[in-house]
Design a protein around this ligand. Structure first.
Ligand SMILES: C[S@@+](CC[C@H](N)C(=O)[O-])C[C@H]1O[C@@H](n2cnc3c(N)ncnc32)[C@H](O)[C@@H]1O
Length: 278
């Protein structure tokens, strides 16, 4: 029943439909598919899944342009057949496959890129699965609708005069990068920056709330966030009576962070290595 309403609601003015008019669906225009893949940047060998794959265009384009191994799942067997035929016609059937499957039953473990063009409430129902099953660094791109409480990492908006569904005459493409778990207390030895540093990190999605101390000095932290496993934060404050502006950048792997610190102390700029453990 839910699927029936989904099709009706979403596909009121399809740009493609079956000849008999039943089970219509809406395709993402080519310009949107291009932006989705531009944001997702699938790499050769990575696995991509399009949840609700329609005629297969996203999976097929990802295979053609990026060599990505893709799976499209759709609840409608006729669309799965169409997508499979389209993949053969495009010569990418070894990379692009399609299955009749409910998107809520599709396993996303090990998947690097998830694409979707679904209704806002479907996105919200999917959110816990995306968070539970995708690994840090995996990218999610969605046409037109966001993921509610999860702030996007990037968004592209483009004008499309011919667009007759959703936001009329325009499309939005959202990107989220699944963040690593950065929560907890981290310590780093930075002799050049006053010795022992301590970071207490709270986290909501990719946004970090960081309390930083250098020795006995409390520092001011701005713009701390994650992009997958990459952490960045700008820190200012006094260390040993000297004012510093520092930019920490690093990669989180399990209980360690390794990266670099760009230091400006009013006299010079330099970059030093940085390691922290939790
Ligand atoms: C708006 S179309 C998007 C097609 C394609 N991803 C694109 O962007 O061009 C949404 C597709 O989701 C499919 N769909 C709807 N509910 C689904 C469900 N529960 N499981 C799998 N597919 C579903 C529909 O059949 C339809 O083909």
């Amino acid at each position: 029943m839910r699927l029936f309403f989904f099709s009706l609601l979403f596909c009121a003015a399809p740009s493609w439909a079956w000849d008999d008019g039943t089970t219509p669906f809406v395709v993402s225009p080519d310009a949107v598919v291009e932006r989705m893949l531009y944001l997702a940047q699938p790499k050769a060998g990575e696995r991509l899944v399009d949840l609700g794959s329609g005629d297969g265009r996203i999976v097929i384009e990802a295979a053609k342009r990026f060599g990505a191994k893709g799976l499209g799942v759709d609840i409608d067997p006729r669309l799965v057949k169409l997508a499979t035929d389209n993949a053969k016609r495009a010569g990418v059937e070894s990379l692009a496959s399609f299955e009749v499957k409910d998107l809520f039953e599709t396993d996303l473990h090990g998947v690097s890129v998830v694409t979707m063009y679904l209704l806002p409430e479907v996105n919200l129902q999917l959110l816990p699965r995306l968070i539970d099953q995708l690994k840090p660094g995996a990218r999610i791109v969605s046409h037109d609708y966001d993921l509610g409480p999860w702030p996007f990492d990037e968004m592209i908006e483009l004008g499309l005069a011919e667009k007759m569904v959703g936001p009329l005459g325009r499309s939005r493409v959202f990107l989220w990068v699944v963040p690593a778990d950065a929560r907890g207390r981290w310590a780093a030895d930075l002799p050049e920056l006053g010795g022992r540093w301590q970071f207490d990190i709270g986290q909501k999605f990719q946004i970090l709330d960081v309390d930083a101390r250098a020795g006995d000095s409390k520092m001011v932290v701005r713009g701390a966030r994650l992009r997958g496993e990459e952490i960045r934060m700008a820190v200012t404050g006094q260390v040993g009576g000297k004012g510093y502006n520092v930019l920490f950048a690093g990669r989180i792997a399990d209980r360690r962070i390794e990266g670099t610190v760009r230091v400006s102390d009013g006299e010079s700029y330099r970059t030093i290595p940085w390691k922290a453990s939790r």
